[in-house]
Design a protein around this ligand. Structure first.
Ligand code: ADP
Ligand code: MG
Length: 246
C-alpha cells in the first residue's frame, strides 16, 4: 500500500541556513511516525512545509497519492490533512460539548462559530456525546473551556482535530506542558485514535515517543540522521550521541 503521506527530498533554506536538508519520510495508513530532534533541528519548518504554510525550495510532498507540494493549506485539509486545533481557537465561554459540536459541524462545511444548520443539530450532538463518553473528558462535557485544566484543553483539541476525520494528523508536541497523569491520558487518547488516522508526531517526551511510535525519524541540523523502530533508534550510536545525550 502506498503511504498516506510521502515527503521526498524537502529542502528549505532561510538565507544561508538550510533548515531542512533533503528530508524524506513516509507515513503509512494506520501508522504513528514520530519525528524527534533537538531544538532548531527543523521540525517546525518541516511541519509547516507539510501544512503548506511554507513552500520548499526543492522536493515533493504527496498526500493520499496527490502531489500537494504547491497546494495552499486549505486544499491539503480538504484532502485529509489534519492538525490539532490550537488552544487559542477554543471558545472559552462555551462548554466542552459545544466546542466539539462546532468542530463536528465545521467538518460538514458549517461555520465554526455559529450553529447555523438546525437540521443537522441532533446528529452533531449525538456524535459529540458519543465521542465524549469514550474520552478522558466524559465527566466534563458541560464545563466551560475557561474552567478546564491545561491537559483537558489538550484532550479537547485532539478530539476536535479527530472529529474532522483526517487521513493523517500532524501533532506538534501534544505532551508539552502536561503533568505525569495528563501525559498518560494523552498517550492513551493517541493510542485509542490509532485506528482512525495516521499520525506524524513531533514530540520531545521520549517516554511518549517510545510508547506510541511505530517508526521514529531523527532530525538533527536539518537532516534525518536515523530512522527505524523504537528498538533500532534506541540502539543507534549516532542517535545516542547526537540526541539522547549519551
Ligand atoms: P525546531 O522546530 O526543530 O526547533 P525550527 O524548524 O523551528 O526547528 O528551526 C530550524 C532552524 O531554522 C533554526 O535554526 C531556526 O532558527 C531557523 N528558522 C526557522 N524559521 C525561520 C525563519 N522564518 N527565518 C529564519 N530562520 C528560521
Ligand atoms: Mg519547533
Amino acid at each position: 500500500m502506498s503511504p498516506v503521506l510521502d515527503i521526498a527530498g524537502l529542502v528549505k533554506t532561510f538565507g544561508g541556513l538550510t533548515a531542512t536538508d533533503h528530508v524524506s519520510l513516509t507515513v503509512d495508513t494506520g501508522e504513528i511516525h514520530a519525528l524527534i530532534g533537538p531544538n532548531g533541528a527543523g521540525k517546525s519548518t518541516l511541519i509547516n512545509q507539510i501544512c503548506g504554510e511554507i513552500i520548499p525550495n526543492a522536493g515533493q510532498i504527496h498526500l493520499a497519492g496527490r502531489d500537494v507540494t504547491r497546494l495552499p493549506p486549505a486544499g491539503r485539509v480538504a484532502l485529509g490533512l489534519g492538525r490539532t486545533f490550537q488552544i487559542t481557537s477554543l471558545l472559552d465561554d462555551m462548554t466542552v460539548r459545544e466546542n466539539l459540536g462546532l468542530a463536528i459541524q465545521a467538518r460538514e462545511g458549517g461555520n465554526f462559530r455559529i450553529f447555523d444548520r438546525a437540521a443537522k443539530r441532533n446528529e452533531v450532538w449525538d456524535e459529540a456525546d458519543s465521542v465524549l463518553a469514550g474520552s478522558a473528558l466524559s465527566a466534563r462535557a458541560g464545563v466551560k473551556v475557561a474552567d478546564l485544566a491545561h491537559g483537558e484543553k489538550k484532550q479537547l483539541e485532539l478530539l476536535m482535530a479527530l472529529s474532522q476525520r483526517p487521513r493523517v494528523l500532524l501533532l506538534d508536541e501534544p505532551m508539552a506542558g502536561l503533568g505525569h497523569v495528563e501525559s498518560q491520558q494523552m498517550i492513551e487518547a493517541l493510542n485509542a485514535a490509532r485506528g482512525e488516522c495516521a499520525m506524524l508526531l513531533v514530540e520531545h517526551d521520549m517516554e511518549a515517543v517510545f510508547a506510541l511510535a511505530d517508526r521514529i525519524s531523527v532530525l538533527v541540523y536539518g537532516r534525518i540522521i536515523a530512522a527505524g523502530t523504537a528498538e533500532e533508534i534506541r540502539a543507534n550510536p549516532a542517535v545516542r550521541e547526537a540526541y539522547l545525550g549519551e
